[in-house]
Design a protein around this ligand. Sequence first.
Ligand code: DUC
Ligand code: ZN
Ligand code: ZN
Ligand code: ZN
Length: 491
Amino acid sequence: PFYDCIVLNGTVVTAADIGRYDLAIKDGKIMLLAPAGHLARTSATRVIDAEGAYVMPGGIDAHVHLAEPPLFGKGRTADDYTTGTRSAVAGGTTTIVSFAPQEKSESSLLDVLNTTAEKAADQAYCDYSFHLLISNPTAQALDEFTALRERGISSIKIYMTYEALQLRDNQILDVLLRARETGITTMIHAENGDVLSWMTKQLEDRKLLAPKYHATSRPQILESEATNRAIALGELIDTPILIVHVSSPSAAQVIRQAQTKGLPVYAETCPQYLFLTRDDLDKPGFEGAKCVCSPPPRQGPEDHEAIWAGLKNGTFTILSSDHCPFIYDDAESGKKAAITPEFPEGHFKYIPNGCPGVETRLALTMSADRLTPQKFVELTSANPAKLYGLYPRKGALIPGLSDADLVIWYPSDTLEPFPITNSALHHNVDYTPYEARMISQWPRYTLIRGEVVWDRDNGGVVGRKGYGQFIKRDRSSLTNSNPSPWTVESF
Ligand code: DUC
Ligand code: ZN
Ligand code: ZN
Ligand code: ZN
């Protein structure tokens, strides 16, 4: 047969279009899109009948934490490159971008990149790249930005909070200027770390320590203030920034204002800000700890509505998982996160911040049925590919150019609504914050470079560890590529 695989009778969706097509794959690439009924079954070695279901470019999750040491000072991440990417493919995600975290004591970013690359080598089920997480922007670290670009790394993440990670405004400016010069996109965790410490002290003084006070310690204003400041610093340097994991309607509003001015400000949100609320942190004992993430889930339906609106109106560029589960009860160290001799009942400030979600991101969002299929692809695949320099190899279905990375869903109304259960997931975590939540869709097949790696009804995860490749990335294609030199005289 001429083709390796054909997908017949699909409702093929990209960020731009939707229509009934047959699709042909050869040598791991999309080779042809043809009107439905055009391709003979005998033309390919493997035939997949989509039966009218959506066929989309595979999910790209540009915010995933794997195999990280206890950088937040508490707990190590639960998933490594094997379990995290296995979970990804079972949820329809074909490429992840995870973090290569610099600790303050490490001066060379290239060393950090090499260490992380070793952790991922021959381990991954899906394709992957890294964002460099910068906690100590020394002269040496900044000088290495050019070398990072040559290694295919075109984005970095910085923090405005957490003692072990927080950069001061002058350090942020140093980073942004060098990022501008080297064509790097800077992701910013925008929460005011000093206000957060102060709020935490107020709660401690009143002995308010249960998990729900995690949310109290991080009110919306602390996010919108930092977001506003991050945008101001980015405007001063005139360089693109992305605000990660936006949870607050007030922060979304600040971002929208900046975008309306024409500033290159991008934003990400996550399912936990569409489906969880502060009440999920308020459960007996330390159960609520499972939904502690930062920023915290907000108050209720009005907050969720504002985030959905931001997804629809373009305020949010991407929808990522921020998959960041931790080992709470660590057999290796014998430590229980959140429990200390001083606070035997636990204390919210010792709960590691993050929850699992790489596997549930697409199914939860699809089942909510709030976005057009094209918008769904834009937010979960095409835009992350463009923003982080993977497009059109990833995030598109352009014959000859795009990898044959696909997520194929069930025909509508063929799955009875069913509950999410942790036992059906593939991560290395003993809970999901979405346990028992009803959904109506799940990826039926996931293909990466033409190979079926997930077949829900015949074998489940059928891909293999080590199949996933490191993908070199170009600069972002969402902004102009050649800014004029930055000078202080222009102010
Ligand atoms: N930020 C993240 O991006 N992930 C987990 C915790 C955090 O604060
Ligand atoms: Zn963060
Ligand atoms: Zn994160
Ligand atoms: Zn989280």
